[in-house]
Design a protein around this ligand. Structure first.
Ligand SMILES: Nc1nc(=O)c2c([nH]1)NC[C@@H]1CN(c3ccc(C(=O)N[C@@H](CCC(=O)O)C(=O)O)cc3)C=[N+]21
Length: 288
């Protein structure tokens, strides 16, 4: 078998087109323009690329964006002060603080300081709790939401009842991906670094969602023939003296036995950004 490639670029373009249409409608009605504030602390090169990407996509959809670049030695108090100002500003509808933050800043404290109504990452404990409770109107984390949209696109109604195995248990990808697919009536297993016989558990998956951050860890022997594989990993590696982007899945090997697979780049990554703008629009609509 040779897997169908799930085209994250094409699907994200569809999501972005929907957002663009909604924004034009809002503007035609003479209402305020939705606005996303992005905060970047420090000069991590990968973070700079992501933030630039996010701001570029904002512009393309007509969503207004404001960017705050803070020095790497910014204090926690200064960042919290900025967030308080943005929480109180009715012209700002979404707030994203790019992670990771420098060591002197407590990430959990920062996330908890964002108004849950403006938390377009879906990382605030109130929003995590609402996701756990099955609240369908909550803002949910962008990467797992992108994964869910890809699964609905690939499988439609047959998603229901499928066995999803999520590899990785992070608060920002693994756990919410498990909850979102559970909400869609999937049977869900989470596996991680301490799981016994992890490959055998993964081989039972109809749908495998891999978010561990280890280059090409998942080989063909982890995958049941015909499974759908979503690769959340983005790892920079050197191959034959050249810098390359690879996922957590050995793409060539797994593509030969899966029924569908996401590529890296061009898979989950673009969907994450599209879902950020979708969440910004949702936050805007819920604040009106
Ligand atoms: N508060 C917060 N929210 C985030 O959503 C968040 C974050 N912090 N910190 C970093 C991670 C990472 N992330 C990505 C988004 C898009 C691509 C993406 O578009 N990737 C392209 C390739 C980009 C490249 O060439 O590096 C692709 O996969 O095709 C990747 C990674 C969001 N993150």
């Amino acid at each position: 078998m040779n897997a169908k490639v799930i085209d994250g670029k094409a699907l994200s373009a569809e999501v972005l087109a929907e957002v663009t249409a909604s924004v034009s409608e809002i503007q035609a009605q003479g209402l305020a323009t939705p606005c996303l504030a992005v905060v970047l602390v420090g000069e991590d090169p990968a973070s700079q690329v992501y933030v630039r990407n996010k701001l570029r996509q904002c512009e393309a959809t007509g969503i207004r964006s404001v960017e705050h670049r803070l020095a790497a030695d910014t204090s926690e108090a200064t960042l919290l002060e900025l967030l308080a100002k943005m929480n109180a500003d009715p012209a700002i509808h979404g707030i994203l603080v790019q992670l990771p933050l420098p060591a002197q800043i407590d990430e959990q404290k920062v996330i908890a300081a964002i108004d849950p109504a403006k938390d377009v990452d879906g990382f605030h404990p109130e929003n995590m709790g609402r996701l756990l409770a099955g609240d369908e109107s909550v803002l949910v984390p962008c990467t797992p939401l992108g994964c869910l949209l890809m699964l609905k696109h690939t499988l439609g109604d047959s998603l229901k009842g499928k066995h999803v195995v999520v590899v990785g248990r992070s608060n920002i990808v693994g756990k919410p991906a498990a909850l979102l697919t559970l909400q869609q009536h999937c049977t869900v297993t989470i596996v991680h670094s301490r799981t016994q016989d992890i490959e055998a558990v993964c081989r039972q998956a109809d749908i495998l969602i891999v978010a561990v951050g280890r280059a090409e860890m998942v080989g063909a022997d982890w995958v049941k023939p015909g499974a759908v594989v979503l690769d959340v990993g983005i790892n920079r590696v050197e191959r034959d003296g050249k810098a390359k982007l690879v996922g957590d899945v050995d793409y060539a090997a797994v593509a030969s036995i899966a029924s569908a697979i996401t590529p890296v780049p061009g898979g989950v990554g673009p969907m994450t950004i599209a879902c950020l703008l979708r969440n910004t629009l949702q936050a805007y609509q819920q604040q009106r």
